[in-house]
Design a protein around this ligand. Structure first.
Ligand SMILES: [Mn+2]
Length: 328
């Protein structure tokens, strides 16, 4: 048994008549891959299950089967009454589920399955394992506990989550267990080449130009060993407001500059709303800065949102960065 909670979770699923699974706001490969994988497993048990998300899925994940059935919903208006269980994946807070911290939790049984170490466990049943790279890896271990047979389709969904959350095995914390699980998924028929082609080699040309703008705006704080780039709303709009592009650009360019500890990309995604993505280059803990600004995440990758006029919000973020950065 990988987890003592696995059995309890399975019992709750078998008791339910209709289940809801979420993709978190700004859905990424781990969120979508994990949600679609557990949907397939539950569906194979003959239990009805819907997947919901507060945002549209990024185009590069639409190659996954059933992704077109994910419902984009408004949590303020969604009717939970037809469901008796809500499985929440890859979301450290309920605000990450809805995209809005002010929305209250519905009166429905919740199971939280996650790998963010900042997750305090806001469900009725919580399975939080911050030792694994991704929710997809955690789900694989749960599926082993459940003794369910995984087909190539489910294996592809789980491998998408692992490749997405590890940057194709680059990030710290990736060791033998993750490679072994990835190897097993390949044995089950996961199509690694299809995942890489769709998620790493299908960048829209205008998104590439947006990345160029981010690099052009990049600044280097030599006293505190970090790089940062800030993009105002007007520029973000000009390049198509692709919500996944800011995460991708953070992954690609924040943690790669010589003689820095970390980098951050700030994008004004709405009037006076700045979304910040932090990425560590060394073993520096960027989650401390994100938490200070009301956000959260992992030691090596975290995020926050800051409200206020663009210049003030940027200054507030930089002040927080300098508070935690090592001084030269
Ligand atoms: Mn994840």
């Amino acid at each position: 048994m990988n987890y003592p909670e696995s059995q309890l979770i399975l019992e709750e699923i078998k008791k339910a008549k209709k289940i809801l699974v979420n993709c978190h706001r700004g859905p990424d490969g781990d969120s979508v891959g994990s949600a679609l994988a557990i949907q397939s497993v539950i569906d194979n048990m003959g239990i009805k299950v819907d997947v919901i998300c507060p945002n549209q899925l990024p185009a590069d994940l639409l190659f996954l089967s059933n992704s077109n059935n994910v419902k984009t919903i408004d949590f303020n208006e969604f009717d939970f009454s037809g469901y008796d269980l809500f499985i929440i994946l890859d979301s450290s807070t309920y605000g990450m589920v809805t995209g809005d911290e002010k929305i209250k939790k519905p009166d429905i049984k919740m199971i939280v399955i996650d790998h963010h170490f900042t997750n305090v466990g806001f469900g009725d049943i919580n399975l939080i394992d911050s030792q694994v790279t991704s929710t997809a890896e955690l789900l694989f271990k749960i599926f082993v506990d459940w003794k369910v047979k995984l087909n190539s389709d489910i294996a592809t969904k789980l491998l998408t989550g692992i490749l997405s959350d590890t940057g194709c095995f680059q990030y710290g914390g990736v060791g033998k267990p993750t490679f072994e699980i990835a190897g097993e998924l390949l044995s089950l028929g996961a199509s690694k080449d299809e995942i890489v082609f769709n998620t790493f080699r299908s960048v829209k040309f205008e998104t590439l130009k947006f990345w160029g703008k981010v690099i052009e705006n990049m600044q280097y704080d030599t006293n505190h060993s970090f790089v940062w780039s800030a993009i105002p709303l007007s520029v973000y709009k000009e390049y198509g407001e692709d919500s996944s592009s800011k995460e991708d650009v953070a992954n690609l360019f924040s943690p790669v500059v010589k003689d820095t500890d970390f980098g951050l990309i700030m994008v004004e995604i709405d009037k006076d709303v700045l979304a910040i993505s932090f990425r560590a280059r060394s073993n520096f803990d960027v989650s401390k800065i994100a938490k200070d600004l009301g956000g959260g995440g992992h030691i090596a990758a975290s995020g926050a949102k800051v409200k206020g006029p663009f210049d003030e919000a940027v200054e507030k973020v930089l002040t927080a960065c300098r508070k935690y950065a090592k001084k030269n």
